[in-house]
Design a protein around this ligand. Structure first.
Ligand code: ARG
Length: 572
C-alpha cells in the first residue's frame, strides 16, 4: 500500500482501537488534506462528542497511541496534524517506480456490465453520444485496470416502427446508394428524407406501415434489408470509434433488436404476477415512490394500448439478460441525465419483479448536455445537430494548426495532430464532472495551458525530452529517490496518490477525479522542474533521484491517460 491517505487511515484506526477499545477501531478517521501538514485527521472532534470528553484531550490520546512514519501534532479544537517523514515518502515513491502497476493493486474481481455509447441507427450520432461514449470507455478501462471483468453493452437503437420507413426509403434510393450514404454518416439526412415522404406521400406512408408488419413478422427479405441498413450504419459508428480510440467493437453490440423476442414474455410474466396492471388500456407497472404533480402514481408503461412495446419493455428484458446471462455484479448505465426518471423507474420495477436482486448494484452515470457557445444545445449555425465525424475532423485540423510552426514533417505532424485533437475532445468530456453541462469550445480544449488534454500530453513530451537530451531512457532511471527540496517532496507525495485516485474513479464512476489528479501531478512536476535542475543537478545522487522522480511522473501520467483512453504522442 503506497497511498498515504490509506496508510494514515489504517494507523489512526489502530490508535483509536488501542486508546478507546476495539469498538472504535473501524471508525472513519476523517483524513483530509491539510494546510499546515500533509494531512489532518478530524475524528477526535466527532468522537469526543460521543464520549462526552474534551476534543483536544481525545486528540492527545489518539496521538499518544499513534504509530506512523512521521510526526503528529494536536492543533486547533482537536485536529491531528500529520506530517509524513521524507524517508518514508522517498521509499514509497521508489517502490512505486519499481512496481509495474505503479502502486495500483489488481484487487477487483467483479463482473461489471457497462451500457454506453448506444447511438440510434435511425438518427444522427451526435455530440451527446460522443460524451457517453468517451466517459463510458474511460470507466471500462478503469475497471479493467483494477482487475474487474467488464462486459461492454452497446445498446443501439436498432428496432421499432421507424425502421419500416427506413427500409422503404432504402429501396427507393437503391441499395448501393443507400449503403454509401449511411456509411458516410449521413444517417440523419436519410432519416429526414424518409420522414418527409412518410408525412407527405400517402403511397409511401402505406408501404412503410406494411413494412413495419413484415419487419415484426421477421419476413426474410425485410430482414435482409434491415440488416443491410444496420450493417452500413454500424460501419459508420465504427469509423467514429476507431478515430476516437474507443474500445467498442461489433462484439459489444447488444441493441434493442436483440431483446425483441423477449418482450411478450416480460409483459405476460409481470401481468400474471400482478406486478403490472392494465390502466387506460395500457399495461403498466406502478413502482412505489414515483408520483406525478398531483400525487397520482406514475406508470412505467410496458405495453401500449395498441399492443406495441416500448423502450421500457426492452430495458426490462435487458436487465434480466444482464443479471441472468451475463451474471452482472454491477450494472452501469452511462446515459444522458434527461433519462434519469426512466432509469429510476426501470430499476425500481426490476427490483419489484425480482429480476434485479439486492446483491446486484445498478447505477445511472448521468451525462450532462454539451452546449454551444450560446448556452443552448450544441448545434451548427443552420440549427442542425453537428455531424460527429466533421466535428472530430475539425479538432484534428485545428490541432494541426497549433503545431504548424514546430518544424515537423507532414506525416509526423498529422500523427501528432490526430492524437492531440482527439485527446483534446475526449479530455474536455472527461475533465468535467459527468453530470454537469459544459460548453463545447475548441479554443479552450486545445489550449496548451490549463486542465486540458494537450497540456497533459505536453507534460509527458517535456519529460521525455529531458531524457532525450540526457541520452537516457526513462526505464534506466531507477533511483534511489532522496528528497531534499520541498518541490521534490511535494511531487513525490502527489505521485503516491495514484492508486487511491483510480480506486475512486472505479467506485464512484467519476473519471474527472483522475483528470484532476493528473493535472495536479503535471503542475507539481512543473513546479519541481522550475527550481530543481535535473540533468544539471548539483551532484550525482541528486541527479539520479531527480531523474527517477521524472521517470515516475512520466509513467503515472502515461498510465493515467491510458486509463482515460487518451493517446499520447512521443513529442509535441
Ligand atoms: N439509444 C438511446 C439514446 O440514444 C440510449 C440507450 C441507452 N441504454 C439503455 N439501456 N436504455 O437515447
Amino acid at each position: 500500500m503506497t497511498d498515504p491517505q490509506l496508510v494514515l487511515a489504517e494507523r489512526v484506526q489502530q490508535a483509536l482501537g488501542a486508546a478507546f477499545g476495539p469498538e472504535h477501531a473501524s471508525e472513519d478517521p476523517l483524513i483530509r488534506p491539510s494546510q499546515f501538514a500533509d494531512y489532518q485527521a478530524n475524528v477526535a472532534l466527532s468522537l469526543a462528542k460521543r464520549l462526552r470528553r474534551a476534543p483536544r484531550e481525545v486528540a492527545a490520546e489518539i496521538a499518544a497511541h499513534l504509530d506512523f512514519p512521521g510526526t503528529v501534532e494536536v492543533s486547533g479544537p482537536g485536529f491531528l496534524n500529520l506530517t509524513l517523514s521524507d524517508e518514508w515518502i522517498a521509499g514509497q515513491a521508489g517502490d512505486l517506480l519499481a512496481d509495474e502497476r505503479l502502486g495500483v493493486p489488481v484487487s477487483a474481481s467483479k463482473t461489471v456490465v457497462v451500457d454506453y455509447s448506444a447511438p440510434n441507427a435511425a438518427k444522427e450520432m451526435h455530440v451527446g453520444h460522443l460524451r457517453t461514449t468517451v466517459v463510458g470507455d474511460a470507466l471500462v478501462r478503469a475497471h479493467e485496470y483494477v482487475g474487474n471483468k467488464v462486459v461492454r453493452q452497446n445498446h443501439l437503437g436498432d428496432w421499432g416502427t421507424p425502421f419500416g420507413m427506413l427500409v422503404e426509403h432504402l429501396l427507393d434510393i437503391g441499395e448501393t446508394a443507400a449503403v454509401a450514404q449511411l456509411e458516410a454518416g449521413e444517417g440523419n439526412a436519410f432519416y429526414q428524407a424518409a420522414r418527409h415522404k412518410f408525412d407527405t406521400d400517402p403511397d409511401f406512408n402505406a408501404r412503410a406501415r406494411s413494412r413495419v408488419v413484415t419487419l415484426q413478422a421477421e419476413e426474410p427479405e425485410t430482414m435482409r434489408l434491415w440488416h443491410m441498413f444496420m450493417d452500413a450504419t454500424v460501419r459508420y459508428f465504427n469509423k467514429v470509434y476507431r478515430l476516437l480510440g474507443v474500445t467498442l467493437t461489433d462484439d459489444d453490440i447488444a441493441g434493442e433488436s436483440m431483446y425483441r423476442t423477449a418482450l411478450a414474455q416480460v409483459c405476460d410474466d409481470l401481468q400474471a404476477r400482478g406486478i403490472a396492471v392494465i390502466s387506460d388500456g395500457a399495461l403498466c407497472v406502478f413502482p412505489p415512490g414515483f408520483t406525478g404533480r398531483e400525487g397520482q402514481p406514475l406508470p412505467f408503461m410496458i405495453r401500449k394500448s395498441d399492443g406495441g412495446y416500448g423502450y421500457a419493455t426492452t430495458d426490462l428484458a435487458t436487465i434480466r439478460y444482464r443479471v441472468e446471462e451475463l451474471k452482472a455484479d454491477r450494472i452501469i448505465y452511462v446515459i444522458g441525465v434527461t433519462q434519469s426518471l426512466h432509469l429510476q423507474m426501470l430499476f425500481a420495477s426490476a427490483r419489484m419483479a425480482g429480476w434485479l436482486p439486492d446483491n446486484v448494484e445498478v447505477e445511472h452515470v448521468q451525462i450532462g448536455s454539451v452546449l454551444g457557445s450560446d448556452g443552448k444545445m450544441f448545434k451548427t449555425r443552420s440549427g442542425e445537430s453537428v455531424k460527429l465525424l466533421d466535428l472530430l475532423d475539425e479538432a484534428v485540423e485545428r490541432a494541426g494548426q497549433v503545431l504548424e510552426d514546430r518544424g515537423y514533417d507532414p506525416a509526423l505532424r498529422t500523427e501528432i495532430a490526430n492524437k492531440v485533437g482527439m485527446g483534446a475532445v475526449k479530455y474536455a468530456d472527461l475533465s468535467v464532472s459527468h453530470d454537469s453541462e459544459y460548453v463545447f469550445d475548441f479554443d479552450r480544449m486545445l489550449a496548451l495551458t490549463g486542465n486540458t488534454g494537450p497540456y497533459l500530453q505536453y507534460a509527458t513530451a517535456r519529460i521525455r525530452s529531458i531524457f532525450r537530451t540526457g541520452g537516457l531512457a526513462p526505464a534506466d532511471a531507477t533511483g534511489p529517490i532522496t528528497l531534499g527540496h520541498p518541490a521534490e517532496r511535494a511531487l513525490a507525495l502527489q505521485l503516491l496518490g495514484f492508486g487511491s485516485t483510480v480506486d475512486t474513479v472505479v467506485s464512484q464512476s467519476e473519471p474527472h477525479r483522475l483528470c484532476a489528479y493528473l493535472f495536479d501531478l503535471a503542475q507539481a512536476f512543473t513546479a519541481f522542474y522550475e527550481v530543481c535542475p535535473v540533468l544539471k543537478a548539483e551532484d550525482e545522487s541528486t541527479r539520479r533521484s531527480r531523474l527517477a522522480l521524472s521517470a515516475a511522473t512520466l509513467r503515472v501520467l502515461l498510465q493515467g491517460l491510458e486509463v482515460l483512453g487518451i493517446e499520447v504522442p512521443d513529442r509535441m
